[in-house]
Write a protein that binds this ligand. Structure first.
Ligand SMILES: Cc1cc2nc3c(=O)[nH]c(=O)nc-3n(C[C@H](O)[C@H](O)[C@H](O)COP(=O)(O)OP(=O)(O)OC[C@H]3O[C@@H](n4cnc5c(N)ncnc54)[C@H](O)[C@@H]3O)c2cc1C
Length: 403
């Protein structure tokens, strides 16, 4: 069964010779231009020969692409799957994320979306992935209507208090990327790192098939899943239709139990503001705390990769975030910041994820644009995309962009 809507155009080419994925390392040192996140991706992808043809080609090895690959091989081990990754697994948002596992989507619940967190737990259990998922609930915090007994009382453009506890929690994104890649790899998917997809040719015979050009080689694919999120927007036909940005985060030195208790984070609940200025964060198991805020605009994916986090607007934003953290609570006045980093994020106008056929082929799906709400959702929808690509499930009505 084909995917709904869309129509294959005969031998249309999409040339992306300017494609760049994550920014290269600074030539002076080994620090990536977007900085170093605290996560470790402890999995080395097996080297395999470049496949000449596959049933399913997946572009991008973040949570979305890797979850889809692992799920496809689980459901249909007889089908061949290749994941083409421009850099290395987790090089985009997935290896740079905060790792808060949140329910629903950035636009709230959506028709037929189902229970995202329960779905994530089920997928992780079925794939046997341990990524320290813990779901004690997430704190929504705000400057008004705070709970009287709020564990959080912070000074930040008013007094921030817990407004509501909602379903959610945290996981270790490095372990999640590694776990998904391990399962996909062990179950026989070919993961080609350092293979940026630069061109797709849509075929007339067989109709809707594609020739994927990656890292200078060509692979014929029955179906394609685009999982590049804020990057390669020309490839996904999202250029000008969704907004790519770089978002920033910092990590503190470890805090002891007493200090975590004093600032209201001893329960391990991640938090995010429901009003502005925005602030989100979470604890790590060793008492370090990630705080995040701030968005840097980019005209397109290429512009996004050019942002350097040590200069200009990014430098100013980091100074502002750190000032805010130091002023939140007396216990944080002298807290040291050990890591500063940024990562790509994609927004759609109504905050809903994009989950639709590629405009140029009924055999290709575009999935992404989760805003800051993509950790649980990318895995959940990545598995859904695998089921849709096998003709076992429909794409949701809310995933398409208006024409
Ligand atoms: C700093 C930060 C904090 C965040 N915090 C949270 C949070 O706490 N909770 C939450 O729910 N969400 C959060 N998010 C959002 C969440 O991390 C993302 O929505 C999610 O990781 C997206 O996964 P993905 O696989 O779709 O995209 P990505 O992880 O960005 O993967 C895309 C991949 O495609 C590759 N690629 C790009 N171009 C090409 C090409 N031409 N050819 C081949 N490969 C290509 C890239 O190298 C990359 O590996 C955060 C995001 C950031 C940046």
């Amino acid at each position: 069964m084909g995917w709904p809507e869309g129509k294959a155009h005969s031998n249309q080419r999409l040339d992306l010779s300017l494609v760049r994925s994550v920014p290269s390392k600074d030539s002076q040192d080994e620090t990536p231009k977007w900085g170093e996140s605290p996560w470790t991706i402890n999995f080395k992808v097996r080297r395999r020969a470049f496949p000449e043809s596959v049933d399913f080609a997946i572009v991008g090895a973040g949570f979305t692409g890797l979850a889809a690959a692992a799920w496809l091989r689980r459901l249909a081990p007889e089908k061949s799957v290749a994941v083409f990754e421009a850099d290395r697994i987790g090089a985009g948002a997935s290896g740079r994320t905060g790792g808060m596992a949140l329910a629903e989507s950035a636009a709230g619940d959506l028709p037929s979306l189902g229970n995202v967190l329960a779905g994530l737990e089920r997928i992780l259990a079925e794939l046997d992935i341990d990524c320290d998922l813990s779901l004690p609930g997430a704190f929504e915090i705000g400057r008004s209507k705070g709970l009287k007994n709020s564990p959080i009382q912070w000074t930040d453009s008013g007094t921030l208090r817990v407004v509501k506890k909602v379903p959610g929690g945290t996981l270790d994104p490095g372990k999640l990327v590694a776990g998904l890649a391990r399962v996909a790899d062990e179950r026989g998917a070919t993961i080609m790192e350092s293979h940026p997809v630069t061109q797709i040719e849509w075929q007339e015979r067989p109709l809707g098939h594609a020739v994927v050009q990656a890292g200078g080689s060509r692979c014929s694919a029955g179906k394609v899943l685009f999982a590049t999120n804020a990057l390669a927007l020309e490839l996904t036909a999202l250029a000008g239709r969704a907004e790519p940005k770089l978002t920033l985060a910092v990590l503190t030195e470890p805090m002891d139990e007493k200090r975590l208790e004093a600032i209201g984070l001893a329960g391990g609940n991640p938090f995010y503001t429901v009003d502005l200025p925005y602030l989100w964060g979470r604890c790590l198991r060793d008492g370090r705390v990630i705080f995040g805020a701030g968005l840097l605009d980019a005209d397109d994916s290429l512009d996004l990769t050019r942002i350097e986090i040590t200069t200009g607007g990014a430098k100013n934003l980091f100074e502002s975030i750190e000032r805010r953290i130091h002023n939140l609570h007396p216990e944080l006045r002298e807290i040291k910041i050990t890591h500063r980093w940024g990562g790509p994020i994609l927004f759609r106008e109504n905050w809903r994820p994009v989950f639709m056929p590629h405009p140029q082929s009924k055999n290709a799906i575009v999935l992404g644009a989760y805003a800051g709400h993509g950790v649980a959702l990318s895995v959940y929808l990545g598995a859904w995309a695998a089921e849709a690509s096998l003709g076992r499930r429909k794409l949701p009505s809310w995933g398409s962009l208006r024409k």
